[in-house]
Ligand binder design. Structure first.
Ligand SMILES: NC(=O)c1ccc[n+]([C@@H]2O[C@H](COP(=O)([O-])OP(=O)(O)OC[C@H]3O[C@@H](n4cnc5c(N)ncnc54)[C@H](OP(=O)(O)O)[C@@H]3O)[C@@H](O)[C@H]2O)c1
Length: 362
């Protein structure tokens, strides 16, 4: 049986999970694809760092050229994170005619179109299922299972850190600062939590979800984005008294031939499915014209759940290599117009009083 060689850039939380899954799921993958998979080379920042996984006879190096210049390596998995130098590295890898799988939402939200164009020029695949909602296979579901339906709206809890904080505030009556501290202790929040608590991470994911759901390229400038930093315990208690919970929702909706996207804290009725998504979990609700509401729930982060999404991309790329069909566009541009963000951005009070129209009666 032929073996497809993989280059891995990054051996942190996700990289370690990817290596473990490639090693442990050989039989299943080869049954599906008719190919063996093997990680040949791993590039890291510091080769002397102790690792949580046995790398055996795999080459571990700080030299990126060990992957770029190796004609045997066909698929490169980027799990180092950040926009730079990840963007330049992925461009280099694609120009070397290697397929790329990444989990990097910051990069895909800001430079996904550019990198997808480079991938197409080189007849290579660029896949990023793990970039939205970690372990939930949502992008492929939208592409495959909603291909014949018109998506009207996609919304959800796409940031585990903020959902963990809001859950603790609601269930244990912790103040925001205490819940954030606990999230940091448990590794759910970074030491600088700004990207998560300010709604930026959720906005990146909504950009990618909008691209897949509507074929529309939205930028951060098109979106009203508000985080949870100003939510107080009294807000959470008051919401509960009126039968609501506060969730940080990302919402992208088709309105009058355009797409409107936003992120912010929203009052969700306690009997709505999204109100039951607690702690660090994520959920994405996709509403199709024909099918109505569908809900996808699961872990939004973590080494193995995220690695599972990365591996499903690797399997798709492998199938494309076998079928000689790589480089096909995953999304097609359908709705060109992006509705402008409100002239005056939503105030905290406005957010607190508002609720998406589809979230039952508010
Ligand atoms: N963690 C999650 O649950 C999760 C979920 C969904 C998506 N993601 C995304 O997955 C990606 C990886 O996240 P992570 O949590 O696994 O990160 P991480 O634990 O910080 O690991 C990053 C890895 O990249 C390596 N690295 C950093 N800069 C490098 C460079 N310039 N050249 C070569 N290697 C470099 C590091 O090397 P050293 O080990 O030598 O320092 C480390 O092994 C990010 O884009 C993140 O947004 C993560």
């Amino acid at each position: 049986m032929n073996t497809i060689k993989i280059g891995l850039i990054g051996l942190g939380t996700v990289g370690t999970g990817v290596l473990q899954m490639v090693m442990n799921n050989q039989d299943k993958v080869s049954n599906i694809t008719g190919q063996n998979l093997s990680v040949k080379t791993i590039v890291v920042h510091d080769v002397n760092k102790p690792r949580d996984v046995d790398t055996g006879d795999i080459t571990v190096t700080e030299d990126l050229n060990a992957i770029i210049d190796d004609p045997e390596i066909k698929i490169v998995v980027e799990v180092m994170g950040g926009v730079h130098p990840a963007k330049e590295i992925i461009a280099k890898v694609l120009n070397a005619k290697k397929h790329v799988v990444t989990a990097n939402k910051d990069l895909i939200a800001s430079a996904g179109e550019e990198l997808a164009a480079i991938a197409r020029e080189n007849h290579c695949d660029l896949m990023y299922e793990a970039s939205v909602a970690g372990g939930i296979p949502i992008l492929r579901t939208i592409v495959n299972s909603f291909s014949a339906d018109n998506i009207i709206e996609v919304k959800g809890i796409v940031n585990g850190t903020t959902n963990y904080i809001l859950t603790q505030m609601q269930q244990h009556h912790w103040k925001y600062a205490d819940a954030l501290k606990k999230a940091q202790e448990l590794g759910f929040a970074e030491s600088d939590p700004t990207n998560d608590v300010a709604g930026i991470d959720a906005a990146y994911k909504m950009i990618i979800l909008s691209q897949f759901s509507f074929g529309t390229h939205i930028t951060m400038d098109d979106m009203a984005v508000e985080g949870i930093q100003n939510i107080q315990l009294s807000d959470v208690k008051q919401a509960a008294a009126f039968g609501y919970t506060i969730k940080l929702l990302g919402i992208a909706r088709r309105i009058n031939g355009g797409v409107f996207a936003e992120v912010g804290p929203v009052l969700v009725p306690l009997d709505h499915p999204l109100a039951t998504i607690n702690n660090e979990n994520n959920a994405v609700m996709v509403t199709g014209q024909a099918v109505g509401d569908t809900l996808f729930y699961g872990p939004g982060a973590g080494g193995l759940p995220t690695a599972n999404s990365v591996l499903s991309d690797i399997v798709s790329v492998t199938k494309n290599i076998v079928l000689k069909t790589p480089g096909i566009r995953l999304t097609t541009s359908r709705i060109k117009s992006v509705l402008p963000r409100p002239a005056k951005s939503f105030t905290h009070t406005t957010w607190r009083l508002r609720c998406p129209t589809s979230l039952a009666k508010c």
